[in-house]
Design a protein around this ligand. Structure first.
Ligand SMILES: [Zn+2]
Ligand SMILES: [Zn+2]
Length: 396
């Protein structure tokens, strides 16, 4: 099959590799019909994630058609159209029972701290991802969700990570009626966090980024105020000026380790790798939130540490929450929001690129070319029909 193939930092290509097979009776094989490139894939692409091996196929945001199932799979059958949460989880451990699916204790044999994620290096389990024609889904009875007939493929693929992650960012912010919420990052997750903040009762939403085209998009899409940090001297001071000198009630980090905006953080975090990426946005969150406020982190940071102003957080009495999104927990509620017209996920898709051109897709997304917000990859076999013909009686 054709699959995205990692060759080293800033080098990926589409290449043929063996089709995945059923390795365990609980596995399913999915023929991918859509996969996204995620902002967090760029951390892999930029060489920020430890143990990213040459030959690995990325892609944790994908949907498709069930092509084959192992003998123990009972809830799915060949031909089912499914979305697959980015978390790989067992469904039965201590953490899964608490619906902390991103923290499953069984799915990642490499680590007890990091959960398991498709196509996200051997640090996150070493499972190949869905930027491919086919993907193996382990424990297939547990995570995949059948896509309702009235939900569009383009909306479904955004339910695998970007939308639930943005939504959970707002949820973890513990927003109270009328709160001022500042979202750092106007990528897909930040855009969905801003949109979701209103659903949780925000009274004011401000989004911060450096790319004017993304700020313009989010201003219209989420009806929020925007700040370009390149036009601002001191970020925390600016947010305080905007909030009667109190600071924001809630700050959301939707950026993570690849942040721009601070020379010191860029040098120590991204270039010299003396810490796990640049913690610029964590500084901004802690210093911009009001005393007693909440900081919610969904931007991705890696092992093992970042230099963050924990003393400021302590002295201000800040509550900090963070996690990988527990995708499956949010999907039923988000489908209701889509049906009710509260949120239109597919509106953020700017690029549809054939899987064969995956190298160009990464380059465009990474370099923020062509006003790119969310690129999706279409594999060559996406539209083949494999549904078995079960009725041979003619229609007459
Ligand atoms: Zn993602
Ligand atoms: Zn588990």
């Amino acid at each position: 099959m054709l699959a995205m193939n990692y060759r080293g930092p800033y080098r990926v290509r589409a290449q043929y590799k063996s089709d995945p097979t059923i390795e365990h009776p609980g596995d399913a094989i999915i023929r991918v019909t859509r996969s996204c490139i995620c902002g967090s894939d760029l951390h892999l692409y930029h060489g920020m994630v430890p143990d990213t091996r040459v030959g690995h196929t990325f892609g944790h945001e994908f949907i498709g058609i069930i092509e084959d199932v192992g003998s123990e799979v009972t809830t799915l059958k060949v031909g089912d159209r499914v979305l697959v949460p980015f978390n790989i989880f067992c469904g039965s451990c201590f953490f899964c029972q608490k619906e902390l699916y991103g923290n499953c204790h069984n799915a990642n044999p490499q680590s007890t701290a990091v959960g398991s994620i498709y196509g996200y290096s051997h640090t996150a389990g070493g499972y190949d991802g869905g930027q491919a024609e086919y993907v193996r889904v382990p424990m297939a009875d547990v995570a995949p969700i059948k896509i309702p007939d009235d939900i569009h493929d383009d909306d479904a693929v955004l339910l695998t990570d970007a939308l639930p992650t943005g939504y959970q960012a707002a949820e973890m912010g513990d927003i109270e009626e009328g709160d001022t919420v500042v979202v750092f990052g106007a990528g897909p997750v930040g855009i969905f966090a801003a949109k979701s903040a209103w659903l949780f009762g925000a009274g004011r939403v401000i989004v911060v980024d450096e790319l004017d085209y993304r700020l313009e998009f989010v201003k219209n899409y989420a009806q929020c105020e925007v700040v370009n940090f390149k036009e601002v001297g001191d970020m925390a001071l600016h947010i305080k000026k905007m909030t009667d000198w109190l600071g924001a009630d809630v700050c959301i980090d939707a950026v993570g380790c690849d942040a721009a905006g601070s020379v010191a953080q860029t040098v120590t975090g991204r270039l010299m790798k003396m810490q796990a990426g640049a913690a610029t946005v964590l500084h901004w969150c802690i210093n911009s939130v009001r005393k007693g406020g909440n900081v919610s982190i969904v931007g991705v940071y890696g092992p093992t540490f970042n230099a963050v102003p924990i003393g400021n957080a302590l002295n201000k009495g800040i509550t900090m929450r963070m996690n990988q999104a527990s995708v499956k927990r949010h999907v039923p509620r988000l489908i209701e929001h889509i049906r009710a017209g509260h949120i239109d996920p597919k509106a953020i898709i700017t690029h549809r690129i054939p899987l064969e051109e995956v190298a160009d897709a990464y380059h465009i997304f990474s370099s923020k070319l062509d006003n790119c917000i969310k690129p999706i990859l279409i594999p060559p076999r996406a539209y083949e029909t494999t549904r078995p013909v079960t009725n041979s009686v003619s229609e007459e």
